[in-house]
Ligand binder design. Structure first.
Ligand code: CO
Length: 456
């Protein structure tokens, strides 16, 4: 069998290129065609898609999922799940994690890709157990980064633990697009040798490496790669689905995708890309290669955040100093992979260290919590002198952070019974608080006149 492809246009594609603003109508526009392409899965849902629906689009993310499921009859639907953070930014109690998994599967998700920013597998366990309980397909993603501790051996050991946890497949999640072709070959060869699970590769074109990296990964035996339909490919997004399919024709890796259906889908989606280019949400800047992300090993999104933060402080000239400070902060913190929320935390700390003129004179709450162990175990030991400077002799937790959290679903359900019409609504509130409440109140108010109209 050839290499399989997961289509990312409807999740990571528009998330990476234009802040996840695609509406449900746009998501549905070419879905019937995409459903006939022959993908392993279509990625449809994740933290940012859920957040943007409620915050910017006045749409119910659950309703989007149900509509997609109705059209997608042949292809599995996939979502991205941030371990104990679910789709939000803090740790949630286990009962909320379980309920979210249950409802995601009930509303149409087949494959749940679960990851933790620190690769602390204790933060994955509740989501993995729930996915298996409700008969979803469970994929665990390894957050890929480079550091003295993130060796091939480190990832092989992690993969073995993941296999023992009962995952159905493993994904290498290179969110920053820094995985080099030769390293991909080495890493995937080692993973194939040491586990029997299918291996998937997820990377980004930001640094201009991704197509080369995919090809080496495919030669090393990777089973699945993540690609995006042409209108939403390249730049900070994934490699183009159609091009990969052509590149592999006549080789043993041929994905054998339906070219006619790909063409029809791309033709239907071109105007959507044109719309976001015209309204400025799709900035042509994100479409060009940024080789600096490889030099500095920071994700593209983090780089643009740093530039913005410095601009607001009138300190744009300090960018080089901040970029030099990022690896120092990362080392002090035990080399966390730079993925949400750690990328924002490390970036902000680096800015503060440079602008305040004294390292760790100012420390955000999140870094303080991190040093208390509240995010889980750092990949390498944290610098103890710096920890002491920041949190003194405070106790540091070494157990699973969510063990300290009491069940929260039933009390939220009671508290919001007026506005939440379903368990799905309760989950939206649990994850996005006021943003969800504002949306639900508006939606509920809109429902009333419609009902009256129907009766009249
Ligand atoms: Co991604």
């Amino acid at each position: 069998m050839g290499v399989q492809v997961v289509e990312t246009a409807l999740r990571d594609g528009h998330q990476s290129l234009f802040a996840t603003r695609m509406t449900t109508d746009e998501v549905l526009l070419a879905l019937a065609e995409l459903d006939k392409v022959g993908y392993h899965a279509i990625e449809i849902w994740g933290g940012a898609t859920f957040d943007a629906c409620l915050r910017f689009l006045d749409e119910d993310p659950w309703e989007r999922l149900r509509k997609v499921r109705k059209v997608c009859k042949n292809t599995k639907l996939q979502m991205l799940f941030r371990g104990q953070n679910i789709l939000g930014y803090r740790h949630y109690a286990d009962d909320v994690v379980e309920k979210f998994v249950q409802k995601s599967i009930e509303n149409g998700i087949d494959i749940i890709r679960i990851f933790d920013a620190l690769n602390d597998i204790r933060n994955l366990k509740a989501a993995v157990d729930a996915t298996k309980k409700y008969h979803g397909e469970c994929q665990i993603a390894l957050s890929y980064t480079t550091s003295p501790v993130h060796t091939v051996e480190y990832y092989v050991n992690l993969a073995k633990e993941i296999e023992a946890m009962g995952a159905d497949s493993i994904c290498i999640k290179d969110m920053a697009g820094v995985l080099l072709p030769k390293d991909a070959f080495e890493l995937i060869s080692a993973l194939k040798k040491n586990t029997s699970l299918p291996i998937e590769l997820h990377s980004h074109c930001t640094g201009g490496l991704c197509e080369m990296t995919y090809l080496k990964a495919i030669e090393a035996g990777v089973d699945i790669v993540d690609c995006a339909l042409s209108p939403f490919s390249g730049g900070t997004s994934q490699p183009c689905t159609e091009s990969l399919n052509f590149a592999l024709q006549g080789t043993p890796y041929d994905p054998k995708l339906n070219v006619a259906m790909l063409n029809e889908a791309a033709t239907k989606m071109q105007p959507v890309r044109a719309k976001y280019l015209a309204n400025g949400l799709l900035n042509p800047k994100v479409l060009s290669v940024n080789a600096n992300i490889i030099k500095y090993q920071v994700p593209g999104g983090m780089l643009s955040n740093l530039i913005n933060q410095l601009k607001q402080q009138g300190a744009s000239d300090r960018l080089d100093d901040v970029l030099k400070e990022v690896p120092n902060v990362r080392k002090d913190m035990g080399y966390p992979p730079l993925v949400t929320p750690l990328s924002q935390m490390v970036g902000t700390q680096a800015v503060l260290n440079v602008l305040s003129g004294e390292r760790y004179k100012m420390v955000p709450k999140e870094i303080n919590d991190y040093l208390h162990g509240k995010y889980g175990k750092a990949p390498a030991p944290v610098d103890e002198e710096i920890r002491k400077k920041i949190i003194g002799d405070d106790p540091v937790i070494t157990h699973r952070p969510a063990d300290d959290l009491k069940p929260e679903f039933e009390s939220l359900k009671k508290q919001y019974k007026k506005v939440a019409k379903s368990d799905e609504d309760v989950l939206s509130i649990a994850l996005f608080g006021d943003v969800a409440l504002k949306f639900l109140e508006k939606r509920n108010a809109d429902l009333v006149p419609t009902l009256i109209k129907v009766e009249a």
